[in-house]
Design a protein around this ligand. Structure first.
Ligand code: CMP
Length: 145
């Protein structure tokens, strides 16, 4: 069964857009939607609301609003887990050692500046897709958020 996930290329990842899009294509994903957006503080805080109590939250908001991001809806069988596997561990510095071929290992810097994002569950994929592409999620789906 096909699944959708939200992929984001963060401000520090934009230089690698060509490479990242190539990985997406070669891994069998369809890009259903794509747009570039400059997040402001309030929508960044909303997108990352689940992290609002973490010490790194202010820094995360500053980072993610430091420039435009590229957001895409990716579709394929097992899209959520497969995109997470391709991007690799959160900490890009560790990824360079443990997952050297992952996108974060290649394009990222550290645990914050990790160049890409991927939804971590069906529920967060629904929430994150509707966050950027309201028209893609049915009213039924939106009730889950
Ligand atoms: P992401 O997968 O988009 O989800 C939350 C983001 O917060 C994460 O990628 C990083 O950019 C950032 N993040 C996670 N953990 C830390 C941390 N310990 N310190 C700083 N930033 C972090």
């Amino acid at each position: 069964e096909k699944e959708k996930t939200l992929a984001m290329i963060k401000p520090d990842g934009l230089n690698y857009t060509g490479y990242i899009k190539r990985v997406i294509d070669e891994s069998g994903f369809s890009i259903l939607k794509a747009t570039m957006v400059q997040l402001d503080e309030s929508n960044a805080a909303l997108f990352y609301a689940e992290h609002s109590e973490r010490t790194f939250f202010p820094s995360l908001v500053k980072y993610i609003t430091s420039g435009p991001v590229s957001v895409m809806v990716l579709e394929k069988v097992n899209a959520i887990a497969d995109w997470r596997a391709l991007i690799g561990p959160t900490d890009a510095k560790k990824a360079k050692i443990t997952h050297p071929h992952s996108i974060r290992a290649i394009c990222g810097m550290d645990t914050e500046r990790n160049c890409v994002h991927g939804s971590d569950s069906v529920q967060s994929a629904l929430r994150e897709i509707s966050f950027f592409f309201e028209e893609m999620v049915s009213n039924e789906g939106r009730d889950l958020n």
